[in-house]
Design a protein around this ligand. Structure first.
Ligand code: 13P
Ligand code: SF4
Length: 317
């Protein structure tokens, strides 16, 4: 099979999925060819929900490590595969367990709410997890007098603080992809496309969020373009999502927001894009690399994730 083209790999992947009772879960930031072979595509929340409820024996995660870890935590009896273990998340990796523990100790008496974009050790230190889809609702579900410690994304944290008016201390982390969008370039695009709506992921910086017509998770942005009567959009998130937007409404215009450095191509998540069709083929064939997490860590990290899942279910999210 070595040296074959994507079509050969795709048919082999399909055959092995059936033979091994495996499913492929793909995040919206994956390339279009990967999203098209997946059994399920979604944002972090939807992918976690799918990982927790399916009949497969093997989950192959086309995404980054914290997503595959979350799947393993929610379905510890299943084999969870990640085609490239270097597909990490720089935001998650910027929050180290020892530093996070110190941050919690320095801010006692606060409910620890962590974004799903964290490694398993951070989840295990948290009271409740959220994603960009449900962060506002999760914080609003806490009692009014509860003080919150939020980590690791300061932009999402500040967005939630603004929306909820809660007492929050926020870890100073950011996503290198979402921090890179240029307000100036977005406003120039808006001048050239006055009818285009600016739609923005909450991991973007405040000046970009301030010019947004809509702010939401990847699923939220996709739903917005589906339901909105408009015809064109400037999209400030990783451009992988545009694949689904085009599939849903091929006649609309989708303009990726440019990064500050126009030569770097850094509006793409380099970690997400490490996953390729060839790596998926090899991973499914060899059933490795596999995600392993020790039982105690799974149990500690499961509690705050399950709390999020229960609240999301209750709220119909
Ligand atoms: P979503 O929760 O919108 O899927 O975002 C995940 C992510 O990694 C954003 O950078
Ligand atoms: Fe992490 Fe940013 Fe990539 Fe999302 S886009 S996976 S937050 S590095």
């Amino acid at each position: 099979m070595e040296g074959k083209n994507n079509t050969d790999y795709v048919s082999e992947i399909k055959r092995m999925k059936t033979e091994k009772n495996a499913i492929i879960l793909a995040h919206y930031y994956q390339s279009g060819d990967i999203q098209d072979i997946a059994d399920f595509t979604g944002d972090s929340l939807a992918l976690s929900q799918k990982a927790a409820s399916n009949d497969a024996e093997i989950i192959l995660f086309a995404g980054v490590k914290f997503m595959a870890e979350t799947a393993k935590i929610l379905a510890p009896e299943k084999k969870v595969l990640l085609p490239d273990l270097d597909a990490v998340c720089s935001l998650a990796d910027s929050c180290k367990p020892a530093d996070f523990k110190r941050f919690i100790d320095e801010n006692p008496g606060r409910t620890v709410v962590s974004y799903v974009n964290t490694n398993v050790e951070i989840k295990a230190l948290s009271d409740i997890i959220c994603t960009s889809s449900n962060a506002v609702q999760i914080i609003n579900s806490l009692s009014r007098d509860e003080k919150v410690l939020f980590a690791p994304d300061r932009n999402l944290g500040n967005y939630v603080l603004n929306e909820t008016g809660r007492d929050m201390v926020i870890w100073n982390g950011t996503c290198h992809v979402h921090e890179e969008f240029s307000l100036e370039a977005i406003l120039n695009l808006k001048k050239q496309n006055p009818d285009a709506k600016i739609i923005v992921h909450p991991e973007c910086e405040l000046p970009v969020r301030m010019v947004a017509d809509y702010i939401g998770s990847t699923s939220g942005l996709l739903q917005f373009t589906k339901k909105d009567p408009g015809k064109s959009y400037i999209i400030a998130t990783e451009p992988g999502i545009i694949h689904q937007m085009k599939k849903a409404n091929p006649d609309k215009k989708y303009i990726p927001a440019p990064p500050k450095d126009s030569t770097c191509g850094c509006s793409e998540c380099n970690f997400m894009k490490l996953i390729t069709i060839e790596k998926i083929y090899k991973c499914l064939r060899d059933e490795k690399p596999e995600i392993f997490i020790d039982a105690k860590m799974i149990s500690d990290a499961q509690k705050p994730i399950k709390r999020m899942m229960e609240i999301s279910k209750k709220l119909g999210l």
